[in-house]
Design a protein around this ligand. Structure first.
Ligand SMILES: NC(=O)c1ccc[n+]([C@@H]2O[C@H](COP(=O)([O-])OP(=O)(O)OC[C@H]3O[C@@H](n4cnc5c(N)ncnc54)[C@H](OP(=O)(O)O)[C@@H]3O)[C@@H](O)[C@H]2O)c1
Length: 400
């Protein structure tokens, strides 16, 4: 059918590339382009011969729009799948606009020097994408991503209006390290050390980091402590789900992770303010990233399951009802299939599906959209087909 250009070649991209190769009827050609081209070549070597897709590689600095434009003009992909870091979202969107190419990502733009992620920068491209006749699909990972698809699906099939959404992200896996992050450490630590917030009755309620704790008994995983965080899909769901009164996001953390994080924060290691060290400017958090285990190396060590889903409460035919839609994913199964742990897997699979929705024109409207603005049914079907089957419970435990 067509060609995808995947930018970035880290943990999430590794899974998405495997999945595109499994789906070579849609992705007949895959170009993998990243800062370190040897990583692209290594994965090409591993997968060539196991797929009908034609794989090529390229080196690119995704901070440089002109380099990106030249790459896109040379490769002529139907879709660019951005799996680099959130800092590169805007340069890649600029290059897609200049070349009239569809765009997909999994995380919203965040300036490198300010730990604040919000959609305003990317939503500002709406008119230009519409005029260019191309689509930008924002947030096609699991959360954001599948959580938005679950929300659209619940609204379409189960409710007249949804009033409350609790998004629960549980990683019940154990990698055996006292402290490591499951995806890019810099992005992960910026996210969890920020203030929390939730949306209620038309405004944001801000909390201190990790101030709100709940215990939840996750199906197939068991009881875990979880903490309220700010998360980017709260912003788009608050706009796109009619009748919404409150949306919260909780993520599970073990005590060892929290104790290490607190200690690292207390000594200044999580700061993004540059400091001088032996005559060179360094950012403490980037130095910390360099000494922490590479998330891509956790695959063979991680055991246990993830459970990510949403509890919806709303009204159908005048009656209040609640449903819980979730996916359970097993780290060791993911490793067997694609050589990665479940956190990268649960992001890389929906990234491939998002690119497939645009490549096949199943989702086809010009402009910049969050994932819940499209018909959820084909995406839900693809989740079952490509390794992230979901379940619906009509009588779930509630979060207080
Ligand atoms: N929505 C979700 O559910 C979800 C969940 C997890 C992660 N994410 C997002 O997924 C994305 C990838 O995460 P990850 O864990 O795979 O990160 P990662 O392992 O650090 O991979 C990032 C990749 O981007 C490349 N890169 C960074 N800067 C670049 C530049 N200027 N030019 C070209 N390539 C560049 C890196 O190159 P090098 O190899 O040279 O370092 C690396 O290959 C992030 O945006 C993250 O926020 C989303």
């Amino acid at each position: 059918m067509g060609k995808v250009l995947i930018i970035g070649c880290g943990g999430v991209a590794g899974v998405a590339i495997h999945k595109c190769c499994q789906n070579s009827e849609v992705f007949t050609e895959i170009c993998i382009a990243s800062r370190t081209v040897s990583k692209c070549e290594a994965i090409k070597e591993k997968l060539e011969g196991m797929t009908d897709a034609r794989i090529t590689t390229a080196q690119v600095d995704a901070n440089n729009t002109q380099e990106l434009i030249a790459l896109i003009e040379r490769e002529k992909p139907e879709v660019v799948l951005n799996l680099a870091l959130p800092y590169q979202d805007l340069t890649i969107m600029d290059a897609c606009l200049a070349t009239k190419t569809n765009y997909v990502d999994t995380a919203n733009y965040e300036p490198e020097d300010t730990a604040k992620f919000e959609y305003k920068w990317q939503w500002a491209y709406r008119e230009r994408f519409e005029k260019a006749g191309i689509t930008a699909l924002l947030g096609s990972g699991f959360d954001p991503g599948v959580t938005g698809v679950f929300s659209a699906y619940a609204l379409k099939h189960y409710f007249d209006e949804i009033n409350y959404i609790d998004i629960l992200d549980c990683n019940g896996g154990d990698h055996g390290y006292p402290f490591a992050t499951n995806f890019n450490p810099e992005i992960n630590i910026r996210e969890v050390s920020a203030k929390g917030s939730y949306w209620e009755d038309g405004h944001w309620v801000e909390t201190e980091p990790m101030e709100i704790k709940r215990v939840y008994n996750f199906p197939e995983v068991g009881e875990k402590d979880m903490y309220l965080l700010h998360h980017e899909e709260l912003e788009s769901l608050a706009l796109n789900i009619p009748g919404i009164r409150r949306i919260r996001f909780f993520m599970t953390f073990g005590q060892s992770y929290l104790t290490h994080l607190k200690c690292l924060e207390n000594v200044g290691m999580t700061s993004i303010e540059p400091i001088m060290y032996e005559g060179k400017e360094i950012v403490p958090l980037q130095f910390l990233k360099a000494v922490l285990p590479d998330p891509a190396s956790l695959g063979p060590r991680t055991k246990g399951k993830t459970n990510i889903g949403c509890i919806f409460t709303g009204k159908k035919d005048g009656k209040e009802k609640t449903i819980y839609i979730y996916n359970v994913c097993e780290h060791e199964e993911c490793y067997k299939e694609v050589g990665s742990q479940a956190v990268a897997y649960t992001t890389g699979v929906p990234a491939m599906i998002g690119a497939m929705m645009l490549m096949t024109k199943t989702w086809d409207k010009a402009g910049v959209y969050n994932i819940e603005e499209f018909d959820p049914d084909p995406f839900m079907e693809a989740l079952n087909k490509f390794g992230l089957p979901w379940k619906i419970s009509e009588n779930p435990d509630m979060v207080e």
